[in-house]
Ligand binder design. Structure first.
Ligand code: NAD
Length: 432
C-alpha cells in the first residue's frame, strides 16, 4: 500500500521503517528539516537497536522516503498515519495541538479518499475530532479516521513491531478498519477490532495499569524497608501467581519516560472532565512523585552530600537501551544535587546529548570509569548492562569513597557490602 506518515519520532519512524520492511511504500514527513536530512542520509535521529540497518535497507530498496513536503507525503496515499507528539498540556491534559495541525495539513493536501490512522496516544473523541477537522477544512474527499494506538517499548521497538502482543484497530467505518487490518496482515500478530472510543481508551488503560503495578511494588518496597522484608523475594513470590505475573514488579525510584507519566495524568484529567474522579490513578501518581525522592532522602539521611562532594550520576535515560531522557528520574536527582552544591559527573552510554538539552552546563561522560573516578558518592538511575556487569571491586578501585545509592537494584546487597561498598538500594535488607 501507499502510506504517508506524519511525524518521524520514536513511533512514526519505527512504524514507517517496519511497514516498508514488509513491502509497503512509505513516505515519512516531519517538520524538522534536521531530522529529515539525517534520515535521508540513512541515519536515525533516535537510538533504537536494529533501526539504522533496517532504515538503510529500505531506503536502498526505494520503499522508504523522507520529506518535509506535505504534498509528497499526503498526495495519492491510501492510508495516512498521524504519529505526532501529544505532550502533557495544561492540568495534565493531552496537548492535541500537533494532532490538530497535522489533521488540517492533511485536509489541505490530500488528492483522494483516504483513511487516517491515529497512532499518537489520544483521548477518547480525538479521532472524531480529526475527521471533523478534515471535513471542516473543506476537503472534497471521503476521510475516515481509525484509531490504532501504539504499544512499542523504546529499546525494543523493532522487536515489538514484529512480535507485539496485539494490534488494536478501532473504527466506526468497517471498510476503513479492514483496510488497516490488511496493512498489518504480514505481521501475524493478533488483531483486536473495536469501536474508535474503546481503542483510544485501551492505550491509556494499558499504560495506567502498568504504572499502577510499578507504584504498587514501590509501596511494597517501602514497607519492606520498614519491616526488614526483601522486595525482590516478595515480587517473585507474588509474580509466580499467573494472575499477577512477574513483569513490572521491579521496585525502584519510580517510572519516568515520555509515556507513563503523561498518559496517566491525561487519563486522570480525561476522567475528571467526564465527571469521574479516578482516585486510584491520583494515588499512583502521588506515590511515583514520592518515589522519585527516595535516593536523595537516603543520601540525606547518610549526610552523603556536602558542598563540593564529587557525585557520579550513573544513567540518564529513563530506562536502558534508549536515549530518551523525557521525564527521566535523573532530572530530579541532578536538580537536587545541584541545589546541594555537589560536583556532578553524569554518565550515560548514549543519552548524554539528549540530556544536554536539559542541563547544558553539566559535566558528561560516556565512560563509566571516568564517571566514578574519584567520586565520593554514586547514584544509579538507569539499569544499563554496562553498570550491572560491574563488580564491587570496580567501585572500590575507582571511587574515592565507595558509597552507592542504587535506584534500580542492580546489585546484590550482600556482595556489595562484603566487597567493601557502602550500598543502599530500594526495598531490600542487607544495606550497609
Ligand atoms: P516524538 O516527539 O519523538 O515525535 C513526534 C514527531 O512529530 C517529531 O519529530 C515532530 O517534529 C513531528 N511533528 C510535529 N508536528 C508535525 C506535523 N504537523 N507534521 C509532521 N511531523 C510533525 O514523539 P513519539 O515519542 O514518537 O510519540 C508520538 C506519539 O506516540 C505520542 O502521542 C506518544 O504518546 C505516542 N507513543 C509513544 C511511544 C514511545 O515509546 N515513544 C509509545 C507508544 C505511543
Amino acid at each position: 500500500m501507499n502510506i504517508g506518515i506524519a511525524g518521524t519520532g520514536y513511533v512514526g519512524l519505527v512504524t514507517g521503517v517496519c511497514l516498508a520492511e514488509v513491502g509497503h511504500h512509505v513516505t515519512c514527513l516531519d517538520v524538522s528539516q534536521e531530522k529529515i536530512d539525517m534520515l535521508k542520509g540513512g541515519h536515525s535521529p533516535i537510538f533504537e537497536p536494529g533501526l539504522d540497518d533496517m532504515l538503510q535497507k529500505n531506503i536502498r530498496e526505494e520503499r522508504l522516503h523522507f520529506t518535509t513536503d506535505r504534498s509528497e507525503a499526503y498526495e495519492n496515499k491510501e492510508l495516512i498515519f498521524i504519529a505526532v507528539g501529544t505532550p502533557e498540556g495544561e492540568n495534565g491534559k493531552a496537548d492535541l495541538s500537533y494532532v490538530k495541525t497535522a489533521a488540517r495539513e492533511i485536509a489541505a493536501s490530500i488528492t483522494n479518499d483516504v483513511v487516517i490512522v491515529t497512532k499518537s496516544t489520544v483521548p477518547v473523541g480525538t479521532n472524531e475530532m480529526v475527521e471533523d477537522t478534515v471535513k471542516a477544512h473543506g476537503s472534497a474527499y471521503q476521510v475516515h479516521a481509525v484509531s490504532n494506538p501504539e504499544f512499542l517499548r523504546e529499546g525494543n521497538a523493532i522487536h515489538d513491531a514484529f512480535h507485539g502482543d496485539r494490534i488494536v484497530i478501532g473504527g466506526n467505518h468497517q471498510p476503513a478498519v479492514e483496510k488497516v487490518a490488511e496493512l498489518y496482515a504480514p505481521f501475524d500478530i493478533p488483531i483486536v477490532r473495536t469501536d474508535t472510543k474503546s481503542a483510544e481508551l485501551i492505550k491509556y488503560a494499558s499504560n495506567a495499569f502498568l504504572a499502577t503495578k510499578i507504584s504498587f511494588i514501590n509501596e511494597i518496597a517501602n514497607i519492606c524497608e520498614i519491616t526488614g522484608a526483601n522486595v525482590e523475594a516478595v515480587a517473585q513470590g507474588m509474580g509466580l501467581d499467573k494472575r499477577i505475573g512477574t513483569q513490572f514488579l521491579k521496585a525502584g525510584i519510580g517510572f519516568g519516560g515520555s509515556c507513563f507519566p503523561k498518559d496517566t495524568k491525561a487519563l486522570t484529567s480525561m476522567s475528571a472532565e467526564a465527571g469521574y474522579e479516578f482516585r486510584m490513578l491520583n494515588a499512583v501518581l502521588e506515590v511515583n512523585e514520592l518515589q522519585h525522592n527516595k535516593l536523595m532522602e537516603k543520601a540525606n539521611e547518610y549526610s552523603a552530600i556536602e558542598k563540593g562532594t564529587k557525585a557520579a550520576v550513573l544513567g540518564l535515560a529513563f530506562k536502558p537501551n534508549t536515549d530518551d531522557t523525557r521525564d527521566t528520574p535523573a532530572i530530579r536527582i541532578i536538580e537536587e544535587l545541584q541545589r546541594q552544591g555537589a560536583d556532578i559527573v553524569a554518565y550515560d552510554p548514549i543519552a548524554t546529548d539528549k540530556m544536554k538539552e536539559v542541563f547544558p552546563d553539566l559535566t558528561y561522560t560516556n565512560s563509566l570509569e571516568e564517571a566514578v573516578n574519584g567520586a565520593e558518592t554514586a547514584f544509579i538511575i538507569t539499569d544499563w548492562a554496562q553498570i550491572k556487569e560491574q563488580t564491587p571491586a570496580f567501585f572500590t578501585k575507582h571511587m574515592k569513597r565507595p558509597l552507592i545509592f542504587d535506584g534500580r537494584n542492580c546489585f546484590d546487597p550482600g556482595e556489595m557490602v562484603s566487597g567493601g561498598v557502602h550500598y543502599h538500594s530500594i526495598g531490600r535488607s542487607g544495606n550497609s
